[in-house]
Ligand binder design. Structure first.
Ligand SMILES: NC(=O)c1ccc[n+]([C@@H]2O[C@H](COP(=O)([O-])OP(=O)(O)OC[C@H]3O[C@@H](n4cnc5c(N)ncnc54)[C@H](O)[C@@H]3O)[C@@H](O)[C@H]2O)c1
Ligand SMILES: [Zn+2]
Length: 359
């Protein structure tokens, strides 16, 4: 079990990682105050014994599973249920689930009485390596993802890989996408993944990388909680990844892999990414894309996905497309291109990939 603190200018939270973390930390965390537990229908159905054991008499709110539940309407319902449960300023919310539950639960905790204590118990690989840590909370509104939200740090994040055994291969693959993102930013993670290319679907191997991924994220968030500088690095592959996500049916993490492949090649062409390193990184990304279930994209059916990159939140007002890209091992930079050049560059890269399809 590993335990460390995440310090931001305004907050100090604990992160506990390891098999058995839930059994070790939850009995103490539920004691001494009124609790409110938020989860989704799938997690609740899979782990009835877990909820009975740790949250027996606490108020429980179960959302239908999936992104469609991350709405302003559901946020209102949760806040209403918290009020009806008679929660106080000293009460605590537990968000037990994937990124959807963590995001909406964290926002409810931020808003209720201007902020109550929140414990994140992430249950997907994506949430354990990424969304459960860092204090970004949000809901979707009017078709726009994460448009209403707040920065709100949980008092503790309990990361227990025990939950991962019930994930589908596609959800594991989704988490792998974010892990490869860390590889583009962190030398050690890059080397470990490269040396274990044949284990990219092996859950025990992936679980062993949760700690370094979370430590990397915690270090970045501690330096730049509000994403004015260093935290932008965590968007590697995400500008193009989001565009692909809007146009395809693949999971978020798989789209981040595609985004990394395309953006690294583009940045390589412009001399922004060192060419030998770009080749090495792309080779790892390709291995991850090929890992089961294979993340196939049919570009000709995607239509003008590059257009979708125009609406990305990370772009500035000058109309350029802004990307965070790896520069060399462990180094990154921001890379902007006027839209016409971005689109032309993407079209040329995709035409080449088309010849090698499926990778
Ligand atoms: N706050 C952040 O920094 C941040 C970062 C990345 C992503 N996100 C958000 O996270 C969300 C995506 O997260 P996600 O991929 O975890 O989605 P999710 O919460 O929808 O979970 C994916 C699916 O896995 C199921 N599930 C959860 N735990 C399970 C388990 N242990 N066993 C079996 N099934 C389980 C869920 O019921 C759901 O069907 C998006 O809304 C995204 O915007 C937030
Ligand atoms: Zn992501």
């Amino acid at each position: 079990m590993e335990k460390f603190e995440l310090h931001t200018p305004s907050f100090r939270g604990e992160i506990v990682i390891g098999e058995g973390a839930a059994a070790e930390r939850l009995p103490a965390l539920v004691k001494g105050q009124k609790n409110f537990v938020l989860t989704d229908s799938r997690v609740y159905a899979l782990y009835p014994g877990f909820f009975a054991e740790y949250f027996g008499k606490d108020s429980l709110f179960v959302l239908p599973e999936g992104e469609k539940s991350k709405t302003f309407e559901n946020l209102g319902k949760i806040l209403r249920a918290m009020t009806e449960a008679g929660l106080h300023r000293t009460s605590r919310l537990f968000a037990v689930g994937g990124g959807v539950i963590g995001d909406i639960g964290g926002l409810a905790a931020a808003l209720y009485m201007r902020g109550i204590s929140c414990v994140q118990v992430p249950t997907t690989l994506l949430a354990q390596v990424d969304s459960g840590v860092g204090g970004k909370t949000a809901v979707d509104l009017a078709g726009v993802k994460n448009v209403v939200g707040a920065f709100f740090q949980p008092c503790e994040v309990v990361v227990d890989p025990m939950f991962l055994r019930t994930l589908s291969p596609r959800e594991i693959k989704c988490g792998l996408g974010e892990m490869v993102k860390y590889a583009a930013l962190d030398r050690e993670i890059f080397r470990t993944l490269k040396e274990n290319r044949d284990r990219l679907t092996d859950l025990s191997f992936l679980s062993s990388l949760i700690l370094p991924c979370v430590q990397h994220k915690a270090k970045v968030v501690a330096a730049d909680e509000r994403e004015t500088g260093e935290r932008k690095s965590l968007n590697v592959g995400h500008t193009t990844g989001h565009a692909v996500e809007l146009a395809s049916g693949l999971s978020h993490g798989e789209c981040v892999l595609w985004g990394m492949l395309l953006e690294t090649q583009l940045a390589g062409k412009y001399g922004v990414t060192d060419s030998a390193y770009a080749a090495e990184l792309c080779s790892l990304v390709r291995d991850a894309l090929r890992a089961q279930p294979v993340s196939r994209l049919n570009f000709s059916a995607l239509g003008g996905f590059a257009e979708k990159a125009r609406s990305d939140k990370k772009n500035e007002e000058d109309g350029n497309i802004c990307m965070a890209v790896a520069k060399s091992e462990g180094k990154w930079t921001l890379f902007s291109l006027p839209f016409a050049q971005y689109r032309a560059g993407m079209e040329a890269i995709i035409a080449k990939i088309g010849e090698q399809f499926p990778l």
